[in-house]
Design a protein. Structure first.
Length: 78
């Protein structure tokens, strides 16, 4: 199984568990919740692998360095 498929399977399994745990309640703001849950560990791991080099991390993520800095600040990772 490719790494991308493995990550997709993990996300799918956890979303299915999320709906089971709702036990009939309606979900709210799922997109925002998922982005917050995924973005922080993504930034933490990429910054660690880039040894704190924001330019390198931004390149790996495919985003502008200023965008990376904003996201790091938003997640209190600076």
């Amino acid at each position: 199984m490719s790494q991308q498929k493995h990550i997709e399977a993990c996300v799918r399994e956890n979303l299915e568990a999320y709906f089971r745990d709702l036990d009939g309640e309606e979900p709210h703001s799922m997109h925002e919740m998922l982005i917050k849950v995924v973005e922080r560990p993504l930034l933490e791991v990429v910054m660690a692998q880039a040894h704190g080099n924001q330019s390198k991390a931004a390149e790996w993520l495919g985003i502008n360095r200023n965008t990376l800095r904003r996201k790091l600040a938003d997640h209190q990772l600076l």
